[in-house]
Design a protein around this ligand. Structure first.
Ligand SMILES: [Zn+2]
Length: 194
C-alpha cells in the first residue's frame, strides 16, 4: 500500500503538467488526496457568509469537462477576491441572462491575474456589479463586485474558476470553517479568513 502510494505520488509529480485524470479529480473531490503545495484560496465572498456549492468539477449539469464552482447566491451578494492580483479583464454593463445560446456572451465578469500567472474568473455578476477596472490591483478579500444572473445562467449564482498559467482549469483548495478543503457540491461553505 505504501509502495502504491509512493508510485501514485511519483506519477502525479511527473504528470503534473498533464490534464487531471478522472481518478485525480475523484481523489480531490472525496478528500482522499489531502496534502499538496498548491495555493490556498479564500472563498470568493464576504467573511462569515455561507453559500451552497451547487456544482463543481466535472459534475453532470453544465460543467461537464469543466473544473469550476457554482455558488447559489441571491443577486447583489458581495463578491470578494479569492486571491490578490491584477484585474486583466472586466465587464459590468449587461443586464441580460438566460439559457439561450445568445446569452453566452451576456455575462458580466471579472478576471484577476495572480503573481504565478494563474487567473481567477468571477462570472454572472449583476449589472453595474463590477467595482474594479482593468489594471486595478486587488487585495485578497477585497469586495470586487456583486453577484447576479447575467450570461448563460438559469438562476442567480456565482461561477468561479481558476486557470493556471498554461490556461488549464484547475481545482484549488480553500480555507473553510472546517479546515482547508477541496470543495464538494451539495455543501454549504462559510468564508473564513486564516
Ligand atoms: Zn458555472
Amino acid at each position: 500500500m505504501k509502495l502504491l502510494t509512493s508510485c501514485i505520488f511519483l506519477l502525479l509529480f511527473y504528470t503534473g503538467l498533464a490534464q487531471l485524470s478522472d481518478r485525480e479529480i475523484m481523489d480531490l473531490k472525496t478528500g482522499r488526496r489531502k496534502e499538496d503545495t498548491s495555493y490556498i484560496y479564500w472563498l470568493p465572498y464576504a467573511e462569515k457568509k455561507s453559500f451552497l456549492l451547487i456544482q463543481a468539477s466535472n459534475s453532470q449539469i453544465s460543467h461537464k469537462e469543466e473544473l469550476s464552482l457554482d455558488f447559489k447566491m441571491k443577486k447583489g451578494s458581495k463578491i470578494c477576491a479569492a486571491r490578490g492580483g491584477i484585474v486583466t479583464s472586466a465587464r459590468g454593463d449587461s443586464d441580460k441572462g438566460g439559457l439561450k445560446e445568445e446569452n453566452l456572451h451576456d455575462g458580466n465578469y471579472i478576471i484577476v491575474q495572480h503573481t504565478d500567472g494563474s487567473i481567477a474568473k468571477y462570472w454572472h455578476l449583476e449589472k453595474d456589479g463590477v467595482f474594479v477596472k482593468v489594471g486595478d490591483t486587488v487585495q485578497q478579500g477585497q469586495v470586487i463586485g456583486a453577484s447576479g444572473n447575467t450570461g448563460y445562467t438559469a438562476f442567480p449564482h456565482l461561477h468561479f474558476q481558476i486557470n493556471d498559467a498554461t490556461g488549464r482549469q484547475i481545482l484549488t483548495r480553500f480555507y473553510t470553517r472546517r479546515g482547508i478543503k477541496y470543495l464538494r457540491p451539495g455543501n454549504w461553505y462559510k468564508c473564513v479568513h486564516p
